[in-house]
Write a protein that binds this ligand. Structure first.
Ligand SMILES: CC(C)(COP(=O)(O)OP(=O)(O)OC[C@H]1O[C@@H](n2cnc3c(N)ncnc32)[C@H](O)[C@@H]1OP(=O)(O)O)[C@@H](O)C(=O)NCCC(=O)NCCS
Length: 145
């Protein structure tokens, strides 16, 4: 299986949105992705297998801190290290743009994502009470410096 990791373009949004809708109870709209792609202070990448988008992640650079807003891999393609590779690449591109710290929120029950973030080097640093809806849940705040 050959995985290509590259920058996201407008043409990818249809497929990205499909994964987003399948994955999250409160998915981002296509317009939200379009808006963020347009900005100069964001980095969005996708993973592609046989011309199919199988995952994506993205960040918003706020004063040299990368806020990771989106991260998902299509269910059939999970546990193949695609998520790990994408996030590593996102951070590599961020570092080239002089981002020096990365942060994200994650549901405290999301063991898979938390384990992956630990593997990359993220550390837990605080909790946002009831940050998520449907279902209501605390967010763990994580940082990688
Ligand atoms: C989180 C997510 C993106 C991970 O993508 P993935 O490609 O399946 O992850 P990888 O295969 O790169 O996993 C890397 C490491 O993370 C950990 N991990 C990943 N999935 C796991 C699982 N289901 N259970 C336990 N650990 C897991 C493992 O340590 C794994 O390393 P290993 O395979 O060497 O043990 C994917 O599970 C997903 O899309 N989840 C739903 C959306 C989501 O939760 N997004 C994050 C919101 S904050």
């Amino acid at each position: 299986m050959m995985t290509i990791i590259r920058l996201m373009t407008d043409r990818d949004i249809e497929q990205v949105s499909k994964i987003e809708n399948e994955t999250f109870s409160m998915p981002w709209s296509k317009d939200a992705f379009r808006e963020f792609l347009k900005r100069k202070d964001t980095i969005y990448i996708v993973a592609e297998v046989n011309n199919e988008i199988v995952g994506y992640c993205g960040l918003w650079n706020i004063v040299q801190e990368g806020n990771i807003n989106n991260f998902a891999v299509n269910k059939q393609y999970r546990k193949k290290h695609i998520g790990f590779e994408m996030l590593t690449k996102l951070i590599e591109i961020g570092n080239e743009q002089r981002i020096n710290a990365y942060t994200l929120e994650v549901r405290q029950s999301n063991v898979a994502a938390i384990r992956l973030y630990h593997k990359i080097g993220f550390r837990e640093d605080g909790i946002r009470k009831n940050f998520y809806e449907s279902p209501r849940e605390d967010a763990i705040i994580m940082w990688y410096r």
